[in-house]
Design a protein around this ligand. Structure first.
Ligand code: HEM
Length: 419
């Protein structure tokens, strides 16, 4: 395959507006990102939805520099491109929208439950669930790979870690989709850039689903919605310096949004790549890429494409003068295909090692809390697929999310051949 064949989006002539949600409906506009990295790597970008213009940081070195300086590139004025009033920010902020040292207080509270040793204790459970999910899917022969496989495991696991009842998980997935997919009509009736969302401006993602999740979280906080006392939510409420109600509601929404679609779209990317590259299944079956494959899949998926910072002072980044108050968007998705860091960046190389990608926001204080969980889920699903499948082919085109924030294959009809 040539580089052109490797890049998913065939409608991208290198000049798409990377802020426009519609630029993503055929896949990430990687040719446009590549042109920016080469020609204008810190690019003044004007959104199509009336938001203030912002700096797009597209090279990995500049992303790492900004991410490592939270005192200059702050998260405490919002982390999405959306402009917020101070009241909106205060109503919706989570610890992800704070800077050190405040950030450390909550991060310390939740870190132990998501640490590598804590997550590795779930491996047997993940393997069991992934086996059941894949077995149930492949029994149909033909099915939608995202619905039947990629969507299933992340919420089941998050539900178990948080201590939520199984009967609520489908509802929570639906609400999480509506939050994070707030620009995609497949996931919400309130497409945020196409209608007046003012009534929901104090809700996460300006979404009515945020109100439903707030109500649910209030029930958990008050004890009327019982959760497993061993789960993270119970511990966060019960801790001596636990979260207050408003912080808890936003923390809950953050976990439902962040812990669900991101891992789904990573698993979906694995399935999509398996349908496009015949050699990958054999490589997985060799057992030689068990420790490297998941990271390569997550690099190529980069499901949360960016997070934003705000300059706290006049500064320079990548040769550009940035003024105090400017919005600065770190495009992790672009840093992950930076040809200065990765040889043949668009090609899946399951044995890529080292693989210094920034899909989890590495290099900054906010690096992903769920990193070890997501990596383990992707690793195990890949092993289970390798164990069960003799072949997999797409029998229809993939459909991609409409969003400049969360990227992924949202449906992929496949036919499988089992061993
Ligand atoms: C492949 C899957 C995932 C990807 C690509 C991903 C990506 C990211 C990125 C890029 C950040 C950094 C945000 C920033 O710089 O502001 C982040 C933070 C975060 N992620 Fe993930 N994530 C994934 C899975 C998960 C899961 C499974 C959970 C929950 C269990 C989770 C929870 C969080 C939280 C709570 C934060 C905020 C951490 C902080 O501010 O200290 N993520 N994630």
């Amino acid at each position: 395959m040539t580089t052109d064949d490797l890049i998913e989006n065939r409608h991208d002539d290198g000049f798409l507006n990377i802020a426009d949600h519609d630029s993503y409906i055929h896949g990430v506009p990687h040719a446009s990102f590549a042109r920016l990295r080469a020609e204008d790597s810190v690019h003044w970008t004007t959104p199509t939805d009336g938001m203030r213009s912002f700096w797009s940081v597209t090279r990995q070195a500049d992303i790492l520099e900004a991410n490592g300086k939270p005192e200059i590139f702050s998260s405490a004025k919002g982390i999405r491109i959306e402009d917020q009033t101070h009241e909106e920010y205060m109503a919706r902020r989570t610890f992800q929208e704070t800077d050190p040292p405040d950030h450390r207080v909550t991060r310390k509270l939740v870190n132990p439950a998501f640490s590598r040793p804590a997550i590795s204790q779930y491996e047997t459970m993940i393997r069991q669930l992934a086996g059941d999910i894949v077995d149930a899917a492949v029994a149909h022969g033909s099915f939608d790979a995202v619905d039947a496989i990629a969507k299933q495991l992340p919420m089941m696991m998050l539900g178990r870690i948080l201590g939520l009842p199984n009967s609520d998980l489908d509802w929570l997935v639906e609400k999480g989709d509506a939050l994070i997919g707030n620009t995609d009509p497949d996931f919400t009736d309130h497409v945020v850039d196409k209608m007046d969302s003012d009534a929901y401006r104090f809700m996460p993602f300006r979404s009515p689903a945020g109100a439903d999740l707030y109500d649910y979280a209030e029930g958990v906080f008050a004890g009327s919605k019982p959760v497993d006392p061993k789960g993270v939510l119970h511990r966060v409420i019960d801790a001596e310096k636990g979260l207050a109600l408003a912080d808890f509601k936003n923390f809950f929404c953050l976990l439902v949004a962040a812990g669900n679609d991101t891992t789904r779209y990573s698993i979906a990317m694995a399935l999509y790549l398996l349908t496009r590259h015949d050699e990958l299944l054999g490589q997985l079956q060799s057992g030689k890429v068990d420790d490297t494959a998941a990271d390569e899949i997550i690099r190529l998926a980069s499901p949360t494409m960016h997070f934003r910072r705000t300059a706290t002072q006049d500064t320079v980044l990548g040769g550009k003068s940035i003024a105090k108050g400017d919005k600065v968007v770190l495009w992790f998705v672009s840093g992950n295909r930076d040809e200065a860091v990765f040889a043949d960046p668009h090609r899946p190389r399951l044995d890529r090692n080292p693989n210094p990608n920034v899909a989890f926001g590495q290099g900054g204080p906010h690096f992903c809390l769920g990193m070890w969980l997501a990596r383990l889920e992707v690793k195990v699903v890949l092993q289970v697929l390798a164990d069960r499948l003799a072949g997999i082919e797409a029998v229809g085109p993939p459909r991609w999310t409409r969003s400049n924030f969360i990227c992924g294959v949202k449906s992929l009809p496949v036919q499988v051949h089992v061993k």
